[in-house]
Design a protein around this ligand. Structure first.
Ligand code: GDP
Ligand code: ZN
Length: 350
């Protein structure tokens, strides 16, 4: 496998050179399955695991290899297996708050150039959810492209296309059908060799169908990887990162139900640049745009310049982020206190 087809470039070569000089080879993660991975290297594809040292020195789940990560490895078992020693610094990533009660970052995929935000033009179509995705994509400095799929189910989609375009200036939006292949050439023309494209969106919107269409039947057939699970059973897993024959990688992100924000200040500013701009005319510099007098944002809502739904969604996400921030601060405060206590105990013992 020519690593260039996977996106390997001079910058990565430079970053990797000290690791290369101590004898490591490089690979890119194509499947993450709890603590087991599949990677592709210059010589092909193989299963991989992280070293015990890696496991014990990692502070958080986000530091473990993710689909799209470049990793420094050593090969064993006649080059049939790999051990991951290090994850190379990520150029970009796509993260959310890990589902559940805790407050931890979950990295969905790493080293992305473009994220296709997929919605289908049936009941899944939702501008507010789209705004949430846009915030998360912008936060990670990845270019978003909106894909409205299933045009065959909604022939009158022009208004919806316009509504999405109106969310942000310069937002690329394409309408396609993975069933009839309508619009697929436009989508294909956006795929660049050496770039990595992730597909995100609710389950059932057609992400896998689109990837299959773009990759072609042949790749689809080889996308399944035979594995032996922890109980020794044979299982098949779908590869999440697919390398196109012409170069370029497509990443599927299956099973994302919840989409809770993870630190997204910049993403908010960029996605809601209109509100940001309007708010410079608010009377108070720390205006919360909820009840203050002479609030320019409230005035824009009243005049209809700023759509009510967009404004409400903005407030909702702001609130979510504020809650996230106070909880994280509280948690790190408690963690600090816990560490201080241990330290004191140890000092007292001396
Ligand atoms: P994913 O969960 O986002 O990967 O969605 P899938 O690719 O598995 O598709 C979910 C369902 O929608 C499947 O039954 C597909 O056949 C169907 N589907 C995908 N794209 C289209 C489309 O453009 N039009 C129609 N009518 N159905 C589609
Ligand atoms: Zn205001």
């Amino acid at each position: 496998m020519d690593l260039k087809k996977l996106g390997w470039d001079d910058h990565l070569e430079k970053v990797f050179s000290p690791l290369k000089s101590v004898g490591y080879s490089v690979g890119r993660v194509t499947i993450e399955n709890r603590d087991r991975y599949q990677i592709v290297t210059e010589i092909g594809e193989c299963p991989a695991e992280v070293t015990g040292k890696f496991m014990f020195s990692a502070d958080s789940a986000a530091q473990f290899p993710k689909v799209g990560d470049w990793v420094a490895v050593t090969m064993f078992d006649a080059e049939q297996k790999a051990i991951i020693h290090e994850v190379l610094p990520r150029k970009t990533k796509f993260s959310r708050k890990a589902p559940g009660k805790g407050f931890e970052e979950q990295v969905i995929a790493a080293n992305l150039d473009v994220i296709f935000i997929v919605q289908s033009l049936d009941e899944n179509y939702n501008l507010r959810r789209l705004e949430r995705y846009l915030v998360m994509v912008h936060e990670n400095r990845v270019q978003p492209i909106v894909v409205l799929n299933k045009t065959d189910l909604c022939p009158e989609y022009e208004d919806r296309l316009t509504a999405v375009r109106n969310l942000m200036p310069d937002l690329t939006v394409v309408a396609v059908s993975a069933k009839t292949n309508s619009g697929l050439e436009t989508l294909r023309s956006l795929i660049k060799a050496e770039w990595t494209f992730a597909f995100i969106g609710s389950s059932g919107v057609g992400k896998s169908s689109l990837i299959n269409q773009l990759a072609g039947e042949e790749i689809f057939k080889t996308a399944e990887v035979r594995e032996i699970d922890s109980r020794g059973r044979h299982t098949t897993t779908r590869r999440q990162l697919i390398v196109l024959p012409t170069g370029g990688c497509l990443i599927d992100t299956p099973g994302m139900r919840e989409l809770q924000l993870w630190q997204a200040e910049e993403g908010m500013d960029e996605t809601f640049a209109d509100i940001d701009r309007i708010s410079t005319d608010c009377h108070f510099s720390d205006c919360t745009h909820t009840s203050e007098i002479k609030c320019a944002v409230l005035a824009a809502v009243a005049s209809g310049e700023l759509p009510q739904g967009r404004y409400q969604n903005y407030l909702k996400m702001r609130k979510e982020l504020a809650h996230l921030e106070t909880t994280i601060n509280k948690e790190s405060f408690l963690e600090r206190k816990r560490k201080d206590k241990i330290l004191h105990r140890e000092i007292n013992r001396i």
